[in-house]
Design a protein around this ligand. Structure first.
Ligand SMILES: [Zn+2]
Length: 411
């Protein structure tokens, strides 16, 4: 049982309130934030911080909310930032979210929507079994929930309430930030690090309570443009150069098993995301991922080598590879600050859980922030089945995260 039963109700009320506010981001089309609706939640959070008596700021243009809990009763202050994102994923419907609470989940299937006959089946989602007896925040089966990442926002706002209403509690300076567009590769680009005022941070995001990440992929995307020569097929002999054929040749030169569907753990991959081609021109788009810096470079070199070999054979520059860097493995930065992970593990243990970690096969805002000078490992927010209609959040996971965050910041 928690030392703080009030966290249960407080996080639950908050998640219900925040989930009902539409904050779906969309794929970048030239403006940040990608959707104006994210400001609705930003405004609400700013007002709530103000109401709690927490010093706060709202950068409306960039859609970022800041809050500061100044240090209390500590000899040596080590300001720490805690960051969560406000947007929800564009993958499924994220408007008109109608969150509700199932008290003391008895096990088995959960009827989400009687009228439409939508059921969350225990057989399809074995993770449900871990939460028997717990209160669960659920969807009505037609939208995502947005517990990713509003479960984290609920925990952070509850932490703010706790420190604001318990001035006797010792803690270091806590700098809060709520940011837009994480789901669409925003990489916290509009977070003003100077204004935030901490040299180290944790992002709070991800599923499964008690997990954390200090490794992410290195990531780049490549566009391979192939120039052919189109002539009438009747008189093509010795003249035509079919760009589609060269594209197939390029693709066949990639290692056949180093693809997302054949890899897991710490193995990297090439992922061909699209191919458009005709005789005159072909464009292959692909992304490259690897945890290891050296192997990541070798993968990029390989793309250039394949292009070079084809060009050599034609005696002409028919294949052009352009590589755009996306984000890097935060582990390369975090290994210089081992206390960030050891502090986090100690906090998780102090809250009564065994910390668990595995390299994250993607990127987080922390990947970018770490390389911008704000080393930022990630603590799980505790949601389940994110980015789907069967997303849910166990209320005790949010309450437990508040305790972990107190342990992390109390000295
Ligand atoms: Zn997230």
């Amino acid at each position: 049982m928690s030392e703080h039963p009030e966290f249960h109700r407080q996080t639950e009320e908050r998640l219900l309130r925040y989930a009902a506010v539409t904050t779906q981001s969309k794929h970048f089309d030239g403006t940040w934030p990608t959707t104006a609706c994210q400001r609705d939640l930003a405004k609400l959070l700013f007002a709530e911080l103000h109401e709690l008596g927490v010093r706060a700021a709202y950068d409306e243009a960039r859609c970022v909310v800041y809050g500061w809990l100044p240090a209390a009763h500590v000899e040596e202050d080590r300001p720490i930032a805690l960051i969560a994102h406000m947007d929800t994923a564009p993958d499924v419907k994220g408007r008109d979210v109608k969150p509700w609470v199932l008290r003391a989940y008895p096990g088995g299937d959960i009827l989400l929507n009687e009228a439409e006959g939508i059921v969350l089946r225990a057989a399809d989602y074995p993770n449900l079994a871990q939460y028997i007896g717990q209160d669960l925040v659920l969807t009505d089966g037609t939208t995502l929930l947005g517990g990713d990442d509003k479960a984290a926002i609920a925990a952070l706002m509850t932490l703010a309430e706790y420190y604001a209403s318990h001035p006797e509690q010792p803690h270091r300076t806590v700098c809060l930030a709520f940011t837009p567009d994480e789901e669409v590769g925003g990489l916290a680009r509009d977070l003003d690090l100077e204004r935030l005022g901490a040299r180290f941070a944790y992002t709070i995001d991800g599923d499964h309570l008690g997990w954390y990440q200090d490794q992410t992929f290195n990531a780049c995307e490549a566009a391979v443009t192939i120039t052919g020569r189109s002539v009438h097929p009747a008189t093509a002999k010795g003249i035509m150069v079919n760009a589609t054929d060269l594209a197939v040749e390029f693709l066949n030169a990639l290692p056949p098993l180093e693809k997302p569907q054949f890899t897991d753990g710490v193995d990297g991959f090439y992922y061909v995301t699209s191919l458009q081609s005709d005789c005159e021109r072909a464009v292959i788009r692909l992304i490259v991922r690897d945890f290891d810096r050296k192997r990541f470079q070798e993968r990029q070199d390989r793309l250039l080598e394949i292009a070079h070999a084809i060009n050599e054979r034609w005696g002409q520059k028919r294949v052009l590879v352009e590589i755009h860097q996306q984000y890097r493995n935060m582990g390369d930065v975090l290994e210089q600050f081992p206390f960030l992970v050891s502090d986090l593990e100690a906090a998780i243990r102090a809250a009564g859980l065994e910390p668990k970690s595995e390299p994250f096969r993607g990127g987080t805002d922390g990947s970018a922030l770490s390389f911008r000078g704000l080393p930022s490992p990630n603590l799980s927010a505790g949601y389940e089945n994110a980015h789907g209609r069967f997303e849910f959040v166990p209320v005790p996971s949010m309450a437990k995260n508040v305790e972990i965050l107190i342990r992390l910041t109390e000295k």
